[in-house]
Design a protein around this ligand. Structure first.
Ligand code: HH2
Length: 293
């Protein structure tokens, strides 16, 4: 099987892998690293239903690593605009079979705001907790992350998924997101999470208009100045569909996702969270070659 240029992680044996899990996130996931998305959900905005079956999700995770993803983000709860959330039992029922199969074998992130889901995932071998609530959703989650010495992604969201796209407003979206991320980083560190375990994400599409999303990428230097690696998830988001001409789009095209990822990388993003791994690895390989020549 063809191996992508970033696929070294797929070849790590488990002993080597756990040794590396103690290094800072920016060393473990150098710029640019691709995070593949596997939503084990019936209703995610772009891949809802496709990976609901555990076997399909497991196969997708393995394929994404061979295509060059540095890590795969497994989620059991959709956070698309308008969604209401799922129970703990249902989220565990969706993700645990997938994690049992792949979390000891591949670099896996768990996309959850629930402490119990994160605890089970880390126990099964996941290395990163991706929390769209930035440790505000479940007060026990910060202790789970600190005790496991897991990597964590803290993401900005204005409001909550059910209502966040109703009328998002900011005086200055970039400085408000930066202040929020600095405060959440300080919170995590104060609760025993080492700074080197943390990456930050402005939360593209989470309580933001198209113009807010573009402004955050345009002025990404304000966020990189915080001093932690930045994750960007623009892949297939509906802003991109609207940008290229469909006012009713619920998803964005792959080509627009690639351009947004390369632009974000150009402005300093470290981890790109994407649905189309092979295409993003190829685009970012070309961009990296240009910038580092
Ligand atoms: N976006 C989504 C979910 N989790 N996590 C981070 N850190 N950054 C993001 O931009 C982000 C995220 C939404 O995308 P997706 O997982 O494809 O959809 P859904 O929430 O509907 O499952």
């Amino acid at each position: 099987m063809r191996r992508g240029p970033f696929s070294w992680s797929a070849r790590l044996n488990r002993a080597k892998y756990s040794e590396m899990a103690l290094v800072a996130i920016e060393d473990r996931f150098p710029r640019p690293s691709v995070m593949g998305v596997v939503n084990v959900t019936p209703d995610s905005f772009s891949d809802g239903g496709i990976h609901l079956d555990a076997a399909a999700a497991i196969a997708a995770a393995r394929r994404m690593i061979t295509e060059g993803a540095a890590i795969v983000d497994v989620g059991g709860e959709s956070t698309r605009p308008g969604s209401a959330g799922v129970s703990l039992d249902e989220e565990l029922r969706r993700v645990v079979p997938v994690l049992e199969a792949v979390a000891g074998e591949l670099p896996i992130s768990i996309d959850t705001a629930k402490a119990e889901v994160a605890r089970r995932a880390l126990e099964l071998g996941a290395v990163l907790v991706n929390d769209v609530t930035a440790l505000r959703g479940d007060e026990r989650l910060v202790d789970v992350v600190a005790e496991a010495e897991a990597y964590v992604c803290l993401m900005h969201m204005q409001g909550e998924p059910r209502t966040m796209q109703v009328d998002p407003r900011y005086d200055d979206v970039v400085s408000e997101v930066a202040a929020f991320l600095e405060e959440r980083l300080a919170f995590a560190v104060a609760h025993g999470v080492a700074e080197g375990r943390v990456c930050l994400d402005p939360g593209i599409g989470f309580g933001k208009t198209l113009e807010h999303n573009l402004e955050l990428i345009r002025r990404l230097d304000v966020l990189t100045a915080i001093g932690r690696p930045i994750m960007i998830g623009f892949s297939r988001k509906r802003s991109l569909g609207r940008l290229v001409g469909d006012p009713d789009a619920t998803t964005g095209p792959v080509a627009a996702s690639l351009a947004a990822a390369v632009a974000a990388y150009d402005r300093g993003a470290t981890i790109l969270r994407v649905h189309d791994v092979r295409e993003h690895v190829e685009a970012l390989t070309a961009a990296r070659a240009v910038y580092t020549a």
